[in-house]
Design a binder for this molecule. Structure first.
Ligand SMILES: NC(=O)c1ccc[n+]([C@@H]2O[C@H](COP(=O)([O-])OP(=O)(O)OC[C@H]3O[C@@H](n4cnc5c(N)ncnc54)[C@H](OP(=O)(O)O)[C@@H]3O)[C@@H](O)[C@H]2O)c1
Length: 292
C-alpha cells in the first residue's frame, strides 16, 4: 500500500468533522503517516487533538483550528432538515481555505431498495427512506459547493468496540431472520485504509467523485449473529422470524429490514485496485474478537 511518491506528508493537516467511530479511527490512521489530524466533538474534551463543533447551537471552531488545513473529512450525518451541518455552519469559511481534498462519509441508503440485487455507483440513487433523502441532499450540497469533494457511500459500519460481539454481550441483540434478506457491511479499518489508499495514489489513479466502500460478501444478519455466538462460545437463543419480531421493533429498527441490497465494491477493489483488509464478516469479526 505504501506509495513512495505519496502525496501524504507531515505538511498535511486534516480537520475531521465528527470524531465518532469512523472519524477517530481515520484520525489515528492518518497520523501514522505523519499528518496532523484534529477531530471535532460536540462537547469539549481534554485532548489537544480535539476541537468543539456543534452545528445545532452554533459552537464554531476558533480561527486557529483552520490555519494550514489541507484536507477535510466530514463524518457528520445530515441535520433534521436535510442540510449538511458542516456546510451550513462553516461553508463560507472552508470555501476560502486552500484545500487539496475534502471527503464526505455518506451511506448506501441513498440507493434505496434493490430487492437483493447488486447496486453500484453507476446506478441512480433512489432513496426510499426520508433519512436517505436527507443524505442525498447533503451529497448534492457537497457536490455543488465546488470544493474538491470525494464522497464515500458506506453500508453498516462495524469494528473493534462496535460489532455484533458487543451487541451479544450486552444482550441488546435480537436473533431475527428474514428470508432472502441480506445486508452489506464494512469494517472501520477498511474505511480509513481505502481513503488513505486513494489519497496516497491520487496522482496516478483516475478520480471518481463517488465511491462505495463495502466488503466482498453481503450476507444475512443471522449468519453474522451465529458466528458471533460461536466466537464467544455462547449458546444462541431461538431464532425469531421477522414477521413475528417486527411488532416489537422500533420504527427505526424496522426500517433497516425494509431495504434489501448488495453493494458492489468493484470500482474501489477492481478498477482502483484497493485490497480489502477484511473481505467478509468472518475476517472482520475475528479481528473484533481479538480486541475484546
Ligand atoms: N453507523 C453506520 O453503520 C453507518 C453506516 C453508513 C453511513 N454512516 C454515516 O457515516 C458517518 C460516520 O458514521 P459513524 O458511525 O462513524 O458516526 P458516529 O460514531 O455516530 O459519529 C458521528 C459524529 O458526528 C458528530 N455530530 C453529530 N451531529 C452533529 C452536529 N449537529 N454538529 C456537530 N457534530 C455532530 C458527533 O459528535 P459527538 O462526538 O459529539 O457525538 C460524532 O462525532 C455518519 O455520517 C453516519 O451517519 C454510518
Amino acid at each position: 500500500m505504501i506509495d513512495l511518491a505519496s502525496p501524504l506528508t507531515f505538511k498535511n493537516k486534516f480537520l475531521i468533522f465528527g470524531g465518532g467511530f469512523s472519524g477517530e479511527y481515520f484520525a489515528k490512521s492518518i497520523r501514522k503517516f505523519g499528518c496532523i489530524a484534529l477531530t471535532s466533538s460536540r462537547s469539549s474534551k481534554n485532548n489537544p487533538n480535539s476541537f468543539v463543533f456543534n452545528s445545532e447551537n452554533n459552537l464554531i471552531p476558533e480561527n486557529s483550528i483552520f490555519e494550514g488545513v489541507t484536507h477535510i473529512l466530514s463524518c457528520i450525518p445530515p441535520d433534521k432538515d436535510g442540510r449538511d451541518p458542516v456546510l451550513k455552519s462553516l461553508g463560507n469559511k472552508i470555501k476560502n481555505l486552500s484545500l487539496k481534498w475534502v471527503g464526505y462519509l455518506s451511506t448506501t441508503g441513498v440507493y434505496g431498495n434493490t430487492y437483493g440485487d447488486w447496486v453500484s455507483e453507476k446506478d441512480e440513487p433512489n432513496p426510499f427512506q426520508e433519512r436517505s433523502q436527507r443524505r442525498l441532499n447533503c451529497e448534492k450540497e457537497w457536490i455543488n459547493s465546488k470544493l474538491p469533494i470525494q464522497i464515500f457511500r458506506l453500508p453498516g459500519i462495524y469494528g473493534p468496540g462496535r460489532s455484533t460481539l458487543e451487541a451479544i454481550m450486552s444482550r441488546k441483540i435480537k436473533v431475527i431472520h428474514k428470508e432472502n434478506q441480506v445486508f452489506s457491511r464494512i469494517h472501520v479499518a477498511d474505511i480509513a485504509n481505502a481513503i488513505i489508499y486513494l489519497l496516497q495514489n491520487k496522482n496516478h489513479l483516475n478520480f471518481h467523485q463517488i465511491i462505495n466502500i463495502a466488503d466482498d460478501e453481503p450476507c444475512s444478519q443471522i449468519e453474522v449473529i451465529k458466528y458471533g455466538y460461536q466466537l464467544l462460545g455462547l449458546k444462541m437463543p431461538k431464532i425469531i422470524l421477522f414477521e413475528e419480531a417486527k411488532k416489537d421493533l422500533s420504527p427505526i429498527a424496522q426500517s433497516f429490514w425494509i431495504e434489501n441490497r448488495r453493494v458492489s465494491n468493484k470500482l474501489l477493489c477492481e478498477k482502483l485496485g484497493y485490497k480489502l483488509i477484511y473481505k467478509n464478516f468472518k475476517a472482520g469479526l475475528n479481528n473484533c474478537f481479538v480486541s475484546i
